[in-house]
Design a protein around this ligand. Structure first.
Ligand code: SAH
Ligand code: SF4
Length: 388
C-alpha cells in the first residue's frame, strides 16, 4: 500500500487523518507547522511530536516531495524548477524575487486542456490534474530549498515566498477540487500564513467556478482576457465559446463582493496585429465601463508582451505598440501595468513554461489555426475591422 502523503491535506484534512489514528486535532497543528513552516519531512526529527504518534506515522504516512529534474537560476535571480510528476510528465515552477516581495508561480495541471492559441502549455495538450500534494510540493520545495540556499528577505520573517500566483502550467479552476485545499494551506497561519491578497488564482474564465471560488475561498483573482469581443476571444481562448464575455464580466463583478482586493486584474497578452490596436483598447474601456454588459467592473490591466514559441505562428507586439495601447487604457482611467519579462534567459517567462506533457487530448488536431492577418503595420487595422 502506498503511504498517505501528508502534503495532500489542509488542516481539516490532516485533523481528520489524525483522528483515524486516534490522535487529537492539536497533533495536526503540530504536524502542519513542522512540515510547512519548518520544511521537515522526517517524523523522527519532529521532536515535540509524541513518540507514539511518530511510530504510528512511520511506514503509513510520508511527506512526499516531487523529484527535481532540474533547477535553473537566471541572472536576475529568477529560479525555475522542473519537477517530475511521473509517466513522462514534468511541470514547472518559477520563483521571482523583487525588492518588496518574493513571488512563486505554481502549476496546477500537467498540461492544460483549454488550448489557448498563444500558450505553449496549451499547445502541449493535457495529461492530468495535479493532486493537492503535488501543488503544495512546489511551494514546500521552493520555500525551504531557497531558505537552505541562504536566500532571505530583509527583516525577521524567515519566509522567502511572500506571494503565490497560480499562473504556471494549467487552468487552476479546471482542477478545482485539488486547488482549494492547496489554497487553504497557503493561507493557514500554521503553514505559510499568506494573506488572501497575496494568493492569486489566474483563470482563463470559468464562470461557474469563479462563483464557487468566491463562496469557498476568495483569494485575489486574475482573469486572462486577451480580447475585447467574443469573436476574437472565441479564437484565442476556446472556452470563451461556452459562456462568452458578458457572463464572464458579470461573474467578475459578483466575485468582487467577496474578494480580498477591490479590483479584478485582467491579463492581456499582447499579440502583434491580433489584439493590440487602439480601437481594441477603446473597446476594452467600453467593455468594463458602466455601458458594458456587467456595468462598471473595477479592474486593473496587466499587459503581457507575448512570449513567442516556434509553433505559435504569432508575434509579440512591438514595445511602442504596447505603450500606446496602455496609454489608451490609462487615458480612459484604468490602472495599467506592462509586465516586465523576468527570467528570459532560462525560458521562465509567462507562457514559456513548457514542462513535459504526455498529451491525451490530441491537441494538435483540436487547435484550430487562427485566420491571422498578415503581421505588420498594415495588417493591424484590418484585423480589428474584420472581426468588427
Ligand atoms: N490558465 C491560467 C493560468 C496560467 S497561464 C490562465 O490562463 O489564466 C498564466 C498567464 O500567462 C495567463 O494570463 C496567460 O494568458 C499568459 N500566457 C500564456 N501564454 C503566454 C505567452 N506565450 N506569452 C505571454 N503570456 C502568456
Ligand atoms: Fe491553459 Fe492558461 Fe495556457 Fe490557456 S493560457 S492554455 S488556460 S494555461
Amino acid at each position: 500500500m502506498t503511504a498517505v502523503n501528508l502534503l495532500d491535506f489542509d488542516l481539516d484534512g490532516l485533523a481528520a487523518y489524525c483522528a483515524t489514528l486516534g490522535e487529537k486535532r492539536f497533533r495536526a497543528v503540530q504536524l502542519m507547522r513542522w512540515i510547512h513552516q519548518r520544511g521537515e519531512a522526517d517524523f523522527d526529527r519532529m521532536s515535540d511530536l509524541a513518540k507514539s504518534l511518530r511510530a504510528k506515522l512511520a511506514g503509513v504516512a510520508e511527506v512526499r516531495a516531487l523529484p527535481v529534474i532540474s533547477e535553473h537560476r537566471s541572472a536576475d535571480g529568477t529560479v525555475k524548477w522542473l519537477f517530475d510528476v511521473g509517466a513522462g510528465n514534468a511541470i514547472e515552477t518559477v520563483f521571482i524575487p523583487e525588492d518588496d516581495r518574493g513571488t512563486l508561480c505554481v502549476s496546477s495541471q500537467a498540461g492544460c486542456a483549454v488550448g489557448c492559441r498563444f500558450c505553449s502549455t496549451g499547445h502541449q495538450g493535457f495529461s492530468r490534474n495535479l493532486s493537492t500534494g503535488e501543488i503544495l510540493a512546489q511551494l514546500w520545495h521552493a520555500e525551504h530549498s531557497l531558505r537552505r540556499a541562504g536566500v532571505s528577505r530583509p527583516g525577521p520573517d524567515p519566509r522567502v515566498i511572500t506571494n503565490v500566483v497560480m499562473m504556471g502550467m494549467g487552468e487552476p479552476l479546471q482542477n478545482y477540487a485539488a486547488v482549494i485545499p492547496a489554497l487553504r494551506v497557503m493561507l493557514d497561519d500554521h503553514a505559510y500564513g499568506l494573506s488572501r491578497r497575496r494568493v492569486t488564482v489566474s483563470t482563463s474564465g470559468m464562470v461557474a467556478k469563479i462563483d464557487t471560488l468566491r463562496e469557498e475561498c476568495p483569494v485575489a483573482l486574475a482573469v486572462s482576457l486577451h480580447a475585447p469581443d467574443d469573436a476574437l476571444r472565441d479564437e484565442l481562448v476556446p472556452l470563451n465559446r461556452k459562456d462568452g464575455l458578458a457572463a464572464l464580466l458579470q461573474a467578475c463583478k459578483r466575485y468582487l463582493e467577496r474578494a480580498p482586493r477591490d479590483f479584478i486584474t485582467f491579463e492581456y497578452c499582447m499579440l502583434d496585429g491580433v489584439n493590440d490596436s487602439d480601437a481594441q483598447a477603446r473597446a476594452l474601456l467600453e467593455l468594463v465601463s458602466a455601458r458594458g454588459p456587467a456595468g462598471r467592473v473595477p479592474c486593473k490591466f496587466n499587459l503581457i508582451p507575448f512570449n513567442p514559441f516556434p509553433q505559435s505562428g504569432l508575434k509579440r507586439s512591438p514595445m511602442a505598440r504596447v505603450q500606446a495601447f496602455a496609454q489608451v487604457l490609462m487615458d480612459g482611467g484604468l490602472v495599467t501595468t506592462v509586465r516586465k519579462t523576468r527570467g528570459d534567459d532560462i525560458d521562465a517567462a509567462c507562457g514559456q513554461l513548457a514542462g513535459e506533457v504526455q498529451d491525451r487530448t490530441r491537441v494538435q488536431e483540436r487547435l484550430v489555426r487562427l485566420p491571422l492577418p498578415r503581421v505588420g503595420a498594415s495588417g493591424r487595422g484590418a484585423a480589428a475591422q474584420q472581426r468588427g
